[in-house]
Design a protein around this ligand. Structure first.
Ligand SMILES: Cc1cc2nc3c(=O)[nH]c(=O)nc-3n(C[C@H](O)[C@H](O)[C@H](O)COP(=O)(O)OP(=O)(O)OC[C@H]3O[C@@H](n4cnc5c(N)ncnc54)[C@H](O)[C@@H]3O)c2cc1C
Length: 368
């Protein structure tokens, strides 16, 4: 019901049971809605998001189209099994192919730049370099690409080059997906925070006593999932990013990773740098789902820009922001039933540009 009660006309128009309601209009939620509607053209599909636009991670990320560095793989093997990590790598690769194929490279400003994992300590580099053979064999087997990683150097730093990496424009990615969703007839309700759900009845409680009903619900709220489903263990992790003002010359062109992926940077066009991450230097504070900028992390990244990247004297930040990621214990996303008629798909663990669309497609197939 709504506070004022329905008029005769409103009841017919709004008091309906949707075939599918997706909570969360980020990459995962919008992909779920899109593939469900494509498979079921007559279905009534609604996406509900609390924001004026999606406000989580999908339009606040760094736009790396990547599937993992050797440093990250080594760290991941300390917390997860080899078979699950291999599955995740394959899913990331397939996810990126699906994303690019569905939205089109031009529409999302995809650039095949190549990427590098850089090192400041020789011992760390040696540890990663010694694993190149192993991970190249995995890549050949999992995704059919030879020599995925190569020992190299970049700007005088020991590095492992990753020629298959690229970058994209996350805003254009979500914009294009929204356009596709509208073209197939998916409905959207923005500015609609969901206050609670009944996962068995597939109903949502919103503000002003509005209740929405569906035959199936998909909860794609990533880092914010535990607010609706407190027993789902998705840990929030805040990420900080800034973009510099234009510089006369930039020496770093492509996507760059440092320290197991905790720090990342890329060129933005011809004259700017995007630099982000650093969550690990104040991990506990950053386990929050509140947006905000941690001055300690900002200082760490500014120093990184000066000391490791050796950005030109006088460089300045033009814009800075935060986004919230959702992590599972093992970093493998959750896709599971949360009640009779509800599926939860969350915990993309920091690499959702690669995983989000594929995961959304799988969620759509699971509720079809
Ligand atoms: C700073 C940063 C940098 C990143 N860089 C990269 C990168 O370079 N490459 C990469 O692959 N990945 C990157 N990621 C990760 C990637 O952006 C995410 O994994 C991905 O966007 C997650 O998508 P999602 O749709 O699952 O979640 P989100 O985009 O967070 O969407 C969740 C949506 O749910 C909505 N919502 C939440 N609660 C409610 C509620 N109660 N009612 C209604 N709506 C609600 C939110 O408003 C939000 O729109 C980065 C993330 C961050 C934060």
């Amino acid at each position: 019901m709504i506070e004022s009660g329905y008029s005769y006309w409103e009841k017919e128009l709004y008091d309906i049971t949707y075939d599918l309601i997706v909570v969360g209009g980020g990459l995962t939620g919008q992909s779920t809605a899109y593939f469900f509607k494509k498979n079921n053209p007559k279905a009534k599909v609604l996406v509900v998001d609390r924001g004026f636009f999606p406000i989580g991670a999908s339009t606040r990320n760094a736009g790396f189209a990547c599937i993992g560095t050797i440093g990250e793989h080594i760290a991941d093997l300390e917390i997860d099994s080899e078979s699950r990590l291999r599955a995740r790598i394959k899913n990331r690769y397939q996810g990126l192919q699906l994303l690019r194929g569905t939205l089109g490279d031009d529409a999302i400003n995809y650039e095949h730049t190549g990427g590098w994992e850089i090192f400041t300590e020789e011992a760390e580099f040696t540890k990663a370099r010694d694993q190149i053979g192993k991970f190249n064999a995995w890549m050949k087997e999992l995704i059919g690409i030879e020599s995925f990683y190569k020992a190299a150097s970049y700007q005088g730093k020991p590095a492992i080059s990753i020629p298959s990496e690229g970058m994209l424009h996350p805003g254009k990615m979500i914009g294009k997906l929204y356009e596709l969703n509208r073209s197939v007839g998916v409905e959207f309700r923005w500015n609609t925070p969901v206050l609670s759900i009944d996962p068995d009845q597939a109903t949502l409680q919103c503000e002003n006593d509005v209740q929405l009903k569906a035959y199936q619900l998909v909860i794609a709220t990533n880092a914010f999932t535990r607010r609706l489903l407190p027993d789902k263990v998705i840990k929030p992790g805040r990420g900080f990013v800034f973009v510099t003002k234009p510089m006369d010359e930039i020496k770093w062109k492509g996507t760059f990773h440092f320290n197991k992926g905790y720090v990342y940077f890329r060129n933005l066009g011809e004259d700017r740098i995007l630099l982000g991450g650093g969550r690990n230097v104040d991990q506990q504070t950053e386990e929050t789902d509140q947006f905000g900028i941690n001055p300690y992390i900002k200082e760490y990244l500014v120093n990184f820009g000066n000391e490791v990247m050796e950005l030109p004297q006088g460089w300045e930040i033009e814009q800075e922001w935060s986004g919230i990621m959702g992590f599972t214990e093992s970093k493998t996303p959750t896709l599971e039933k949360a009640g009779k008629n509800t599926l939860v798909v969350a915990g993309l663990s920091g690499m959702g540009v690669a995983l989000g669309m594929q995961l959304g497609k799988t969620a759509a197939e699971s509720v079809s």
